[in-house]
Structures are given as C-alpha cells and as structure tokens.
Design a protein around this ligand. Structure first.
Ligand code: ADP
Length: 190
C-alpha cells in the first residue's frame, strides 16, 4: 500500500497533483473538500451543517469530517493505496487518521507537503474561482481567512509528520509537470 497525505495550503495544487498520483500509482483519491461539496450539492444534513463553515473559509468541525472520512475508508476494499487531499487539517484529524489506518495495518507512507508562496496561492485561487464557480475562491477575504486558518491550525501538522520521519517538503512553484516529477522522485525514495 502506498498511502500519502498530499499536504499544503489552499491553492497549493493538491487536487491537480492528486489526479497525477491517482493515474500513476492507481491510488484512490480522498478529498474532504470534494466529499463535503458533494454532500452540500445533495443537500444532506452533513452538507448543510458544513455549509456555513465552508462559506466563511473556516474548518468544518473535526467530528463531522472524521466521521465522513472513516465511512469512506470503510466502504472501499482492495485499494492499492490512498491519496488524502485536504485531510488531515488538525491534530485531532491526524490522530484519528493514524488510528484508523494503523488498526487496518495500512499506515501513512509519507506526507508530501507542497510549498508555495502566499501571493501565488491567492492568484491561483482567484483564477480558479473564475472558472469553477466556487464561491470560496471568489472572495479575497475568504481566501485570506483560509490561508490564515491553514497557518494556524494545519501547518503545525508538518511537525507531527516530521516526528514520524514521514515529512517530505516539495517545491510547489513551477509547471504542473515539473511538480509532478518532483513528487514522483520523492515517492520512489519512500
Ligand atoms: P482548499 O484546499 O482550496 O481550501 P478544499 O476543497 O480542500 O479547498 O476545502 C474547502 C473547504 O472545505 C475548506 O475551506 C473547509 O471549510 C472545508 N474542509 C475541507 N476539508 C476539511 C477538513 N479536513 N477539515 C475541516 N474542514 C474541511
């Protein structure tokens, strides 16, 4: 099993590179952002609960996200591995993920952390907002809030994975292909 946490701030290119990892290594993509947006589109209770947080660029409560990802993992059999995208985002989520993966003897292989300058993040998100229609990508103050929340609550997870010798920093500036090559090089070293 190759289980990777694809990590980085909003706009770092996690979704784009997750697609590459899925195709290259036949992994299953688990994006909590995508899962939440799909719950929202179906107007489920979970989706409606998540909505107010997502609109403001705040984190959806841990219990909601952890429950959702556990259900998803349990529903999948015979996977070659997972790419976790946008999860974990808090220490509690990281602990919960380790617990469930260790119980199943499929621990995290590595955390691939995409490093991108702040101005580039904002530019990428505003650009994405033009095509995707995602409201949270069209409002500068929501974007700023997401980056602040990332710095405050999510970035500390780098230390969490460093302690397990599982952190790999990757330069996330450059073309999609260049970054994909860097990811590939790191994965072959794991
Ligand atoms: P981005 O990485 O560009 O912010 P995502 O699609 O990963 O976009 O997430 C969109 C929103 O969904 C986040 O701003 C947050 O409100 C919510 N969300 C996604 N993943 C999580 C998570 N693991 N924990 C809490 N909230 C989450």
């Amino acid at each position: 099993m190759l289980n990777v946490v694809l990590f980085g701030p909003p706009g770092a290119g996690k979704g784009t590179q997750a697609e590459f990892l899925v195709n290259s290594y036949q992994l299953i993509h688990l994006s909590t952002g995508d899962l939440l947006r799909s719950e929202l589109a179906s107007e489920t209770e979970l989706g409606l609960e998540a909505k107010t947080y997502m609109e403001k660029g705040e984190l959806v409560p841990d219990a909601v996200v952890i429950g959702m990802i556990k259900n998803k993992i349990a529903s999948i059999s015979d996977a070659k591995g997972f790419v976790f995208d946008g999860f974990p985002r808090t220490a509690e989520q990281a602990n919960a993920l380790d617990t469930v993966l260790n119980e199943n003897n499929i621990p995290i292989s590595g955390m691939l952390s995409l490093e991108v300058e702040k101005q580039e993040l904002v530019n990428r998100l505003l650009n994405r907002g033009k095509d995707s229609g995602r409201a949270d990508d069209q409002d500068q103050s929501v974007i700023e809030n997401r980056i602040n929340v990332y710095n405050e609550k999510t970035a500390p997870l780098i230390e969490y994975y460093k302690k397990q010798d599982k952190h790999f920093g990757i330069d996330g500036m450059g073309s999609i292909e260049e970054i994909a090559e860097r990811l590939k090089a790191v994965i072959s070293s794991i």
